[in-house]
Design a binder for this molecule. Structure first.
Ligand code: NA7
Length: 544
């Protein structure tokens, strides 16, 4: 396709910084979006704040960082050659290997020439007269494009709680989501780590190997299942590669978009205690998130959920020597409400005499002082502090860009009471502004890589359709958007997942409206809906 007679009638592409599409972010979403648009003959640039590709995996370099989805599934499937040639070393890939993969993809498909690094997008404004997005960056560049695609990630805006006195601390402090590229040596140091979510649970055992003293400040205990990570042997890899498509197809039929997450279609309450324990033991031994697939009603029935929660608590008792510490480590929430963590030696780490668990659930962290962390009247002296305090999930990155749509409405204003999008792809009042894995799509409740690919494929197909049919603009109708939001809320309401304070509902950020943001209806239902809409000529959208 040539773009000479494309729909971008008003877009003078001869002028500088003018493209069919501008993509924000060079993580897995932005890279594949660029690849697809280029393949279709559109002109596109990616603007990226970091100095390299990889997004989440570029920034999250904390010790022990690794994916909690099987590597063989946490990878692109758009290129058979790529998936055949790349060899993952472990069941769950460590962050450096995932970053290496992202760099390999960038090189293999010559993506870098269309990525502008070290540049932050500050604003994006839709000019209604010309139907063009004008994008401004922190180095005063201005870009124009017909389409603006947000590939800004779901967990990319670090949450740094505003602790009193943080500037007084004399030592270094780090956020797990913005870890120094050169790494940090904690040898001989007294380290304080705040938070016990996934990032902390992965990093605590590794930091404990170096630190002289480690103080873990826990506000809410979390459930974690051992990863039982291991090296992948070539026979296993080759077996999968002989029918990679088969694995990918099975994954698409799974609610979480991963073939690894096999759901046992039986209710926990319908089997005997003995059978239940046997199932949990088996899943514990297999390791990881598939534990939640032990029974189909774990997130629907509190009684069933309790059986799984009690099983994990019994494991904590088995592993942790000090009964008081074991008690503190036992979560009070239901299991799977906050994202289930996956660890290597997390509970075991608390058996080491230099690792101290400090409960800050009742007596909160009061302040950061010159010398350390003050809880109530007690000051814990440390040489370095690690904030493993998470992210402003799903909406944080978009909120940080001043996005202005039709009638001068800002996205922040539209989202005052929570994100409002149709399918997590587009929002009424913001024509031609796509979001990859946006709120209202399975996103963080699914295997991100295939979900990214599904969105990118949908968006590319849509842009191609507009172009082929001499259409310039796509925007959801308010009715379709509202109907989808009600559906997202309705299915969320049926799940126990929406019942606790988690980042899924924005509860970790003060003042953030409480809305269950991802779509919990499952990948197959979601994919079907997206396909059906297209087959009905983009039902629910106004195409002009
Ligand atoms: P999470 O899962 O949001 O965890 C953040 C942790 O930080 C959590 O334990 C919080 O306790 C704790 N936290 C946050 N603020 C405070 C204050 N003020 N005082 C004490 N403790 C605090 O983020 P992660 O980075 O671990 O993981 C995010 C996702 O990334 C993860 O689910 C994976 O998908 C990858 P709280 O629970 O709020 O009481």
């Amino acid at each position: 396709m040539t773009t000479s007679n494309s729909t971008v009638a008003k877009l003078d592409k001869a002028s500088q910084n003018t493209y069919d599409a501008l993509i924000v972010g060079a993580g897995f979403a932005g890279m594949y979006m660029l690849y697809q648009l280029r393949s279709l003959g559109f002109t596109a640039k990616v603007i990226e704040a970091g100095d390299g590709v990889g997004g989440t995996w570029y920034w999250n370099r904390y010790p022990g960082a690794r994916c909690d989805v099987w590597s063989m599934e946490y990878s692109y499937q758009f290129s058979e050659e790529l998936q055949q040639e790349w060899v993952w070393s472990q069941k769950y890939a460590p962050q450096p290997e995932i970053l290496k993969y992202a760099n390999h993809v960038a090189d293999r498909f010559d993506l870098r020439k269309d990525i502008i690094f070290n540049t932050k997008v500050l604003s994006a404004k839709y000019i209604e007269e010309t139907k063009i997005w004008t994008i401004k960056t922190d180095d005063n560049q201005v870009f124009n494009s017909q389409f603006c695609i947000m590939a800004t990630g779901c967990l990319s805006t670090p949450n740094k709680p505003k602790f009193k006195g943080i500037d007084d601390f004399k030592g270094p402090w780090y956020h797990t989501g913005q870890w120094p590229h050169e790494g940090v040596d904690f040898t001989g140091k007294r380290v304080g780590i705040i938070g016990t979510g996934s990032s902390a649970i992965q990093s605590i055992p590794v930091i404990a190997e170096q630190a002289e003293q480690l103080f873990v400040f826990q506000r809410t205990a979390n459930y974690t299942i051992p990863a039982h990570n291991k090296d992948l042997d070539l026979d296993f890899i080759n077996e999968i590669k002989m029918d990679y498509q088969g694995l990918r197809d099975r994954a698409k039929l799974n609610r979480g978009g991963t073939a690894a997450l096999r759901l046992n279609e039986v209710n926990a309450v319908d089997v005997s205690e003995e059978d239940r324990i046997q199932q949990y033991e088996k899943r514990w031994e297999e390791g990881g998130v598939p534990f939640m697939g032990s029974f189909q009603d774990l997130l629907l029935n509190p009684d069933s959920n309790k059986t799984a929660a009690d099983f994990v608590k019994s494991k904590i008792d088995e592993i942790v020597n000090d009964p008081k510490v074991a008690e503190l480590l036992k979560p009070k929430n239901i299991i799977g409400c906050k994202r289930l963590c996956v660890d290597t030696n997390y509970y075991q780490t608390f058996n080491q005499s230099h690792v101290n668990l400090i409960d800050v659930s009742e007596t909160k962290i009061d302040s950061i002082t010159e010398k350390g962390i003050k809880v109530g009247e007690y000051e814990y002296e440390v040489d370095a502090i690690v904030f493993a305090t998470g992210f402003d999930a799903m909406t944080g990155a978009l909120k940080n860009i001043d996005i202005i749509g039709t009638n001068n409405q800002t996205l922040n204003n539209k989202w005052e009471d929570g994100p409002r999008m149709y399918l997590g792809l587009l929002a009424k009042g913001f024509p031609n502004l796509f979001t990859i894995t946006g709120p209202g799509s399975p996103s963080v409740l699914s295997n991100m890589l295939p979900s990214i690919e599904q969105h990118v494929d949908w968006i590319s197909q849509c842009i191609q359709y507009l172009n082929d049919n001499n259409l310039t603009q796509i925007e959801p109708t308010i009715e379709a958007e509202e109907e989808w939001i009600s559906h997202v809320n309705e299915v969320a309401g049926k799940s126990l997942r929406s019942t606790c304070d988690s980042w899924y509902v924005g509860a970790n950020i003060a003042g953030k409206p409480r809305v269950f943001m991802p779509y919990i209806g499952g990948v197959p239902a979601y994919r079907e809906k997206c396909e059906e809409i297209v087959s009905k000529g983009y039902e629910g959208f106004n195409l002009t």
